[in-house]
Design a binder for this molecule. Structure first.
Ligand code: F6R
Length: 241
């Protein structure tokens, strides 16, 4: 595990974007595993800058997002498809056909999950970007007695729905379910970049990265990954000094 803490958000964003950009520079056909939420926004903004300056191209890249809310269409402003289009896909030269986000409107959720898993199995993610939930979730794999390996429809915990209410008009509008890649799908990525920001996540980051490996803290499984890099700001990573 490579633990890096950064003095400024700018440095963290540059480092995160730099990792993704160097992957694309060495292999333009790289497969990126992407995340939404507040955490990666600055990294996507840096990637857009690198694209605009001609330093990186996404023309041959493919991407798979971790998750999508069940019941939201890709045009809903709080959907993860819309988030990705707004923050990255519409601002770089990636071919929209090569960007994949689970279909939250799929009639048959099981079939959609199996389809997503088959694509990930075939396409092999080179680098998976992850944020960390306040309860230790990754994707929408919530703490539980058991974790599900493959892509599945997950029921969101109340704490997660409250944390995500900021993207909706009201708490009640936050969907109760999301399609998420499972922990096995995440762990299959050749490299994982976990990004953690803010003092409120310092304790869960410490637990996840130095505590026992347990399904009650899904991010703790990342300790088992052979190529994990963690980028934290000083507030989140104060314990790591
Ligand atoms: C998002 C995702 C979630 C978030 C996590 C942290 O695609 O899978 O696991 O990474 O909830 O969210 P933020 O970054 O908003 O604190």
């Amino acid at each position: 595990m490579n633990l890096l803490t950064f003095r400024s958000e700018e440095d963290l964003n540059r480092a995160g974007a730099g990792l993704i950009a160097s992957l694309l520079q060495s292999n333009p056909r790289s497969v990126l595993g992407l995340a939404t939420g507040s955490t990666p926004i600055g990294i996507y903004a840096e990637l857009v800058k690198l694209y605009e300056s001609g330093s990186v191209s996404f023309a041959k890249a493919r991407s798979y997002n971790l998750d999508e809310y069940v019941g939201l269409s890709g045009s809903h402003p709080a959907s993860y498809r819309c988030f990705m289009n707004t923050h990255l896909f519409d601002r770089v030269d990636i071919d929209p056909a090569n960007t994949h986000v689970p279909n939250g409107l799929a009639k048959d959720l099981e079939q959609e999950c199996a389809y997503y898993d088959a694509m990930i199995e075939d396409d092999r993610i080179d680098l998976q970007l992850l944020g960390l939930g306040h309860n230790g979730h990754i994707g929408f794999n919530e703490p539980d007695d058991e974790l599900i390996p493959g892509t599945h429809a997950a029921t969101l915990q109340q704490q997660t729905r409250e944390a995500n209410a900021r993207f909706f008009n009201s708490q009640d509008d936050v969907p109760k379910q999301a399609i998420t890649m499972g922990v096995a799908g995440i762990m299959k990525a050749a490299q994982i970049m976990l990004v953690v920001r803010g003092a409120a996540k310092a304790d869960i980051a410490r637990q996840a990265l130095t505590g026992p490996i347990t399904t009650q803290c899904p991010a703790s499984l990342l300790q088992l990954h052979p190529n994990l890099v963690v980028l934290m700001d000083e507030a989140a990573g104060a314990w790591a000094k």
